[in-house]
Design a protein. Structure first.
Length: 300
């Protein structure tokens, strides 16, 4: 039996606006009447995560339901589709958590990237802001590459979702799109390389799996260009250097997330240095047991 998955969706038959659903065994149950926002459920899960998951399952009783296949569409007005599984949450990211990421940051840096080697070994991880929930792109939406960048890449990542008490409640798939040439010119440009319109995608939903252990899974990425494979790569989650509770502890220090928070946990898949994303590319990221996130690229 697959684990319950918290999603957000649009369906004309359910009324206007975003809906909250629980996906169980390929069926989506509309539980908006009980939990109108993901943030409502995350707040309710503080110090009672498993009980709150049980609440979600009870909320499906007698509710309208749809087959998951009904939402397999590119987002468009009047068409059922999935939304990013966050609403009022912030999305943050951890960097240089894989050895390959450390090496890539050094390769792109014009000054040799000693700063990345040091943070990889340091006690304090690199953690930075990525996006507000309302700006996050969902499954089958369009992710963006900067018009003023010359070297743009997707960064496929496992995402941990924390509630307001910084308890991990589940996981989703993330794409931390980045401008490597901008960050490589100077690490102080990282916000411009990372934070811009449509630079973050999450989905398709939050697999509810409260755990302080990384799921034993492989992250795979496939990039299609003009119908042909332009890049493929994979990495096991066992190569993440940091631990979930370690990242959560540093993220929550001197910081409070009343509606919960999603944390991208770094990438271990790095395309070759001569590769850059182009408009029309299709990026597909799959994590075993978590799901598949698919997005088309556009210039913003």
């Amino acid at each position: 039996m697959t684990k319950p998955t918290l999603i957000r969706f649009i369906h004309p038959d359910s009324g206007a606006g975003a809906r909250v659903g629980l996906l169980m065994e390929e069926t989506v149950y509309d539980i908006t009447v009980s939990f109108a926002w993901v943030s409502m459920w995350l707040r309710s899960s503080a110090n009672r995560v498993q009980e709150a998951i049980d609440d979600l399952q009870k909320a499906t009783e007698g509710k309208k339901s749809y087959p998951l296949s009904a939402f397999d569409a590119v987002p468009a007005k009047g068409i059922p589709h999935l939304l990013a599984p966050v609403d009022t949450q912030e999305v943050w990211a951890a960097g240089v958590t894989y050895e390959r990421s450390r090496a890539a940051r050094q390769e792109e840096s014009v000054d040799g990237g000693d700063v990345y080697a040091r943070v990889y070994q340091a006690e304090r991880p690199e953690i930075f802001f990525k996006a507000l929930g309302w700006r996050v792109i969902g499954h089958q939406g369009e992710v963006g590459i900067r018009s003023d960048a010359t070297w743009s890449v997707p960064e496929p990542e496992l995402v941990v979702v924390f509630n307001p008490t910084m308890q991990a409640v589940g996981f989703t798939v993330g794409n931390d799109v980045s401008s490597r040439d901008i960050e490589g010119a100077n690490p102080l440009y990282l916000p411009q390389a990372k934070v811009y319109t449509a630079s973050c995608a999450l989905g398709p939903g939050i697999i509810l799996s409260p755990s302080d252990e990384w799921p034993d899974a492989t992250i795979r990425m496939n990039i299609q260009r003009d119908g042909k494979a332009a890049f493929e790569g994979e990495v096991p989650t066992s190569r993440i250097k940091r631990k979930i509770n370690e990242l959560g502890s540093y993220l929550g220090r001197s910081n409070h997330f009343p509606d919960g928070v999603a944390l991208l946990t770094g990438t271990g898949i790095v395309p070759p240095n001569d590769f850059t994303l182009a408009a029309g590319d299709v990026v597909e990221i799959t994590i075993d047991g978590i799901g598949t996130l698919k997005n088309t690229v556009k210039v913003v």
